[in-house]
Design a protein around this ligand. Sequence first.
Ligand SMILES: Cc1cc2nc3c(=O)[nH]c(=O)nc-3n(C[C@H](O)[C@H](O)[C@H](O)COP(=O)(O)OP(=O)(O)OC[C@H]3O[C@@H](n4cnc5c(N)ncnc54)[C@H](O)[C@@H]3O)c2cc1C
Length: 469
Amino acid sequence: MLCRQSFSTVISLLPKSSICSVQNIPKHSPDIMRGSVCFYSTSEVKPKKAPQSSRYKLVVVGGGTGGCAVASKFASLGKECVVVEPSDLHYYQPLWTLVGAGLKGFRLSVQPMREVLPKTCDWIKEKAVTFNPKENYIVLESGAKIEYQYLVVAMGIQLDYDKVRGALDALENDPVVASIYHPKWVHKTFPALQEFKGGNAVFTFPNTPIKCAGAPQKIMYLSDEIFRMLDVRDKTSVIYNTALGVIFGVKKYADALLKVVDKRDIKVNYKHNLVEVNHKTRTATFENLDDNSKQVYFQYDFLHLTPPMSSPDVLKKSPLANEGGWVDLHKHTLQHVKFPNVFGLGDCTSLPTSKTAAAAASQCGILHKNLSAVMSGKPTVPLYDGYTSCPLVTSSKHCILAEFDYEGQPLETLPFNQAREMRLMYNMKAHLLPALYWNGMLRGRWNGPSFVRKLLHLGLGRKPNLPSS
Ligand SMILES: Cc1cc2nc3c(=O)[nH]c(=O)nc-3n(C[C@H](O)[C@H](O)[C@H](O)COP(=O)(O)OP(=O)(O)OC[C@H]3O[C@@H](n4cnc5c(N)ncnc54)[C@H](O)[C@@H]3O)c2cc1C
């Protein structure tokens, strides 16, 4: 009952005209649009060619999840705000796990950039290549210079497929090698799974920070289900080779996931880091991080690759970066540690929490408050507790919804134990969250579930662990 109420609270936030149904499409039909939510655009912005030199009050670099949401929050600045974003397309990447398993059509995960960016602001369709925060300007690929009063950096994370020898070659040439992390190679996943006839199905997790640390195993659980449906599971070894020493970073959910892998007879090898793929011999080479990087070889009949990731190269070499290359922010205010007129959010930041769209949603509301404060000469307030969430899909009907903070302590929205496989959570992941994303978050209307959590816990839940201002 309570859950129904919370969902209707959230749904009531969305414009009614923007929700429609597409139902009863057969399962595992990737070419057909599946899902329950369509997006009707109400705004459209045309990209502008950058003049050789220009000046804005606010420059937002990156028009992905975090950048688009922040720009929408500041849409009232009008032409004093610009988004610098090179891509024509905006992706809702969390859907790619379901796309990979044939449960959703790719088309539901993509919208033209011109339709999601706020129409009041300018959009310059280019890459930022240089940051000069001491003199408050950035330089674009064309050489154009944009001066700013305030800067928000939301450039996402870089996929380093090339750091694994042979990976790109295998993705290009071997039909049984796929990756849900890339808009090109997510398309290979479901056909490869459908063609699978048994043998070794190997899933990898790299030795770097990644976005959505749950996705490499979500696609594995969904693949395992497909193998069972195809009746090939008894001649299949499902193998999860992770560079980490645990299956998930938060113990409560790791314990629940260990029960799932046990029940599903999945072999987990810890501290196994993929270093090479030879698609001619269908061999994946891992280094064993616990054994002096000793090499271990796995024959594969299906290989799901999660690439190493890092901060975008242009950030790594900029004065905005910390030692690891990430935009160096105060973790509770999202303000840059050295440049007070610079803020950041999302995957490219130093914030020590799991990199997800859910985290970016919470960060967006806090960034808006603190940057608005700075714009009007007021101090920032420490508000961000590291909230992030990961819907750990374990089948085409079930999901464990992990939600936690900087301390790795659960911060669950619903007033019952979420470390269980639940249908409710799958429906939320597959149907509610995409609607909330396109119609709430990208329009600057969704700052994460903290108000729903307070409501459902009657204000008695765990208080965020934040320093006093
Ligand atoms: C397979 C998969 C599953 C996921 N599952 C979930 C999930 O279940 N739940 C969840 O919450 N999150 C999930 N995520 C993670 C989520 O998608 C990201 O954390 C989120 O999109 C991060 O937002 P961002 O704005 O930091 O980066 P992005 O949304 O990636 O946007 C970055 C933008 O910056 C632009 N850019 C890059 N370089 C430049 C440049 N030089 N100049 C200007 N612009 C530039 C890019 O073109 C891009 O548009 C998943 C991701 C993947 C890939």
